[in-house]
Design a binder for this molecule. Sequence first.
Ligand code: WQD
Length: 354
Amino acid sequence: MHNFDNINNLKKMQKKILITGGTGYIGSHTTIEFLEKGYQVVIIDNLSNSKIEALEGIIEITGKKVDFFQLDLTDKEHVAEFFEINKNIEAIIHFAAYKAVGQSVENPLMYYQNNLFSLINLLEAAQENNISNFVFSSSCTVYGEPDELPVKETSAIKKATSPYGNTKQISEDIINDLVNSNPNFKAIALRYFNPVGAHSSAKIGELPLGIPNNLVPFITQTAIGIREELKVFGDDYNTPDGTCIRDYIHVVDLAKAHVIAAERLLKSKNKTNFEVFNLGTGKGNSVLEVIKSFEKVTKTKLNFKITERRKGDVVAVFSHTDFANEELGWIAEKNLDDMMLSAWNWELNLRNRQ
Ligand code: WQD
């Protein structure tokens, strides 16, 4: 390592990043990317949808220490205390939120209360502590059933199809209004498509508590024998093979984009004070194509059957990636086979540890 790298890293060592939801699926992978780029990281998580073991995985993978505070962001007082103790935070990456579409339909108030009060408390604390760089975890779900494909950042934002999706839309509006009221505050919203896969070490990955809502963890749990069979929710859609199409993106590609977005703000390279980027591969794959990829890379036969459609599913959505590619200089590098193999290796490692 050259001397200027040392100095560079030393300088970054002074740059402290707060990652809320940092023991969660995308949060833990993002924490690793920041640590490996030489940043200090402090995590806030209430462990409502993640396990403290994720922290061990992060430390094992990076060999670096991470400060961790178990804290509920809806608790305003505790949030204020946290910022009393943790000074010199240069940027906030905000993941902490409930994210199950179906659960949000059954329990909307829990979603509005948790996702919006957490955000507002965090933004207020950021103002009080002069933290002016904010990266927000948003979702392609804000587009609903898009009129045009691939979907662009400028595509119409449709009425949300779930309270979860609505909390993402409202959150973006809250951040945008704050930016308009405070010229010193700048933010980037990253609209994820479908994050899947796991870190190559297989020491961290998606850890759905209970029965998985999402496709890929259900596939891996079926393949390892925890679930009897995968239900494919409908094959009578207007798509080539009749099953829904999504833009699956490797969680490590997604994590890397968060470092790039934070550095864009830290170096004031942002063009406006509230920017939105789609994070996808630009490629759509159907459910059956995902299954086929999984069977190919794992050399297993998946037990699945076609059942009726799932309410609320959009037929097809995949991202237009030019803006993120050109403006952020970021591109998703891993393909569907990489995603499936890494998801499987994580599942195998997880079960061998239990
Ligand atoms: C993908 C496809 C299902 C399970 C949601 C949120 C999004 C993000 C990711 C948080 C669909 C099919 C699924 C199963 C199936 N969440 N499927 N059998 O709904 O595209 O996106 O999760 O950020 O915001 O909206 O993801 O993985 O649930 O479904 O056939 O057991 O797989 O019908 O076509 P989705 P998903």
